[in-house]
Design a protein around this ligand. Structure first.
Ligand code: ATP
Ligand code: XMP
Ligand code: GLN
Ligand code: MG
Length: 522
């Protein structure tokens, strides 16, 4: 998982101890105009040396510092003299390592809590003053019972006398609550204060800077070699292709793989849209038979993903040979693809699913990867797309997963089932567009369930497939909420789909948020 040295100037390193909300810390730091990266605690030493950050934030964790073998902060971070901000477990582990005491609490604090500000400190600069009460969000069972030398309490809650602690001389701050979540209303400002006021960073990280830095980095990585870019029609690969083209021009060839798992009419649309807007060579590969024959009999979601990931690479390598060889394969991989696919040995996070372009890649690959968007969240990619002048039709598109309809057909995938799903999905999206809801929704799609139900149509009995509709709102795909359609809208979709698509006799709507669900069903 080693990456090239960061070219983004001043940054903050976030050490991940496995909290569910670590990504939110990175978002808050970036919103403050400061570049940040998350690294698992067991890779923090290397990342610290590579990034040369100007400050460090320690995340929460499901672990307890009282457990044997629970994670620790690399000593190099404390030895560096840089500012450190500890959050929840981050606070506990700082105390444990720096000479304080942590004990198992009689009862934890979970959810909303109120803290009283007892003293001023640099972290509160221009934000909180003595005597005030503020809402925060807690989620802990252990608690700090004695402070390490140099620290003093600056805020307390009913359950946590050391809700915020400070050592202004060393620029060490720590809190028991989570400032990164929206339920701590001033949390983003606290994190911004740490990044800008305590670490002294300017907060001028922008997409224009990212664009320039990335172009330089791509030129350096690629030299005069050829690059193939997997182009899906989605915003990520379109932005990656345009950025790489700006860097290396004619050395780039794009390859669109039609795996037969596309939505209705999508293949032609993507190819004509891209050819219409850009003068970048684009190869259109029809690989439907290859993908569908390989998926026959495969029902396990991870097995589908792994097969598709591998087959994508086979196709890219074939196409590379046809143009006389390419040293590099470019993809529009994003930060969430990386975070959700990787579990670190001995590390705290688990693999949720193998995104086809990361965890789904075969072990042995002949081409080296160029992934200029690997550090970005989706909304940041859209901002970069606008910066690069991409038309709205690319920038505003709903995401569509690389494995396509295969992960929206739980159970075995066949051409017949793809055809049924394509028709239903097209009606659903048409209704969404007609109702003017496309831009209010982050992603919408249908899932063809491996369940049949009994119905009655035209006085006859039917025994057909059940379809689930899904629509979510989100900022970056890391968390999501079900979209609340009107009942009238949903029944219109249900009626049209059952009337117009042979093979479906029941339609349901999926109200699950993420977490606990994921956006896709597989
Ligand atoms: N059909 C395809 N042909 C070629 N490359 C593809 C295809 N589908 C996916 N890829 C590659 O895999 C990467 C990841 O896919 P992903 O769906 O996350 O991104 P995207 O399609 O570019 O954008 P979006 O997430 O908005 O759909 C793409 O950026 C692209 O490089
Ligand atoms: O290119 C992709 N390859 C994949 O293997 C993949 N799996 C999920 N997705 C998309 O990622 C976002 C989050 O999806 P999940 O909540 O299902 O993980 C949603 O936008 C999903 O559509 C993928 N995109
Ligand atoms: N959210 C956290 O970081 C929790 C830390 C630790 N597991 C506790 O329960 O106190
Ligand atoms: Mg896509």
């Amino acid at each position: 998982m080693t990456q090239a040295p960061t070219a983004f100037g001043d940054s903050i390193l976030i050490v991940d101890f496995g909290s569910q909300v670590t990504q939110l810390i990175a978002r808050r730091v970036r919103e403050a105009g400061v570049y940040s990266e998350i690294v698992p605690f067991n890779a923090a030493d290397d990342a610290f040396a590579r990034m040369k950050p100007r400050g460090v934030i320690l995340s929460g964790s499901p672990a307890s510092v009282l457990d044997e073998d629970s994670p620790r902060v690399p000593q190099a971070i404390f030895d560096s003299g840089l500012p450190v901000l500890g959050i929840c477990y981050g606070q506990q582990v700082m105390m444990h390592q720096l000479g304080g005491t942590v004990e198992l609490g009689d009862s934890g604090e979970f959810g909303r809590a109120f803290i009283e500000i007892d003293d001023r400190c640099e972290l509160f600069n221009g934000l909180w003053s003595e005597g005030e009460t503020h809402q925060v969000w807690m989620s802990h069972g252990d608690k700090v019972t004695a402070l390490a030398p140099g620290f003093r309490p600056v805020a307390a809650s009913a359950g946590a006398p050391f809700a915020v602690i400070a050592d202004d001389a060393r620029r060490y701050y720590a809190m028991q609550f989570h400032p990164e979540v929206v339920h701590t209303p001033d949390g983003a400002k606290l994190i911004a204060n740490f990044a800008r006021h305590v670490c002294g960073l300017k907060g001028d990280w922008s997409m224009a800077e990212f664009r320039a830095a990335k172009i330089a980095e791509i030129r350096e990585q690629v030299g005069d070699k050829r690059v193939i870019c997997g182009l899906s029609g989605g915003v990520d690969s379109a932005v990656a292709a345009v950025l790489i083209h700006e860097a290396i021009g004619h050395q780039l060839t794009c390859v669109f793989v039609d795996h037969g798992l596309m939505r209705s009419g999508e293949a032609d649309q993507v190819v004509s849209l891209f050819r219409g807007h850009y003068n970048i060579p684009l190869v259109h590969v029809n690989a439907e038979t290859l993908f569908l024959s390989g998926l026959a009999g495969v029902t396990d979601p991870e097995a589908k993903r792994k097969f598709i990931g591998k087959t994508f690479i086979d196709v890219f390598e074939d196409e590379a040979r046809k143009i006389g060889g390419a040293e590099f394969l470019a993809q529009g991989t994003l930060y969430p693809d990386v975070i959700e696919s990787v579990s670190f040995t001995g590390g705290p996070s688990v693999t949720i699913k193998s995104h086809h372009n990361v965890g789904g890649l075969p072990e042995r690959m002949n081409m080296k990867l160029v992934e200029p968007l690997r550090e970005l969240f989706k909304d940041e990619v859209r901002a970069l797309g606008r910066e690069l002048g991409l038309p709205d039709i690319f920038v505003g598109r709903h995401p569509f997963p690389g494995p396509g309809l295969a992960i929206r057909i739980p159970g075995e995938v066949s051409k017949d089932r793809c055809d049924i799903l394509r028709k239903a999905d097209a009606i659903y999206l048409e209704e969404i567009r007609n109702a003017g809801l496309y831009d209010a929704i982050w992603q919408a799609f249908a899932v063809l369930l491996p369940v049949r139900s009994v119905g009655v149509m035209g006085d006859g009995r039917t025994y057909d497939n059940v379809l689930a509709l899904r629509a979510v709102t989100s900022v970056d795909g890391m968390t999501a909420d079900a979209y609340h359609f009107s009942g009238e809208f949903l029944s219109r979709c249900a009626t049209r789909i059952i009337n117009e698509v042979k093979g479906i006799n029941r339609v349901t709507y999926d109200y699950t948020s993420k977490p606990p669900g994921t956006i896709e069903w597989e």
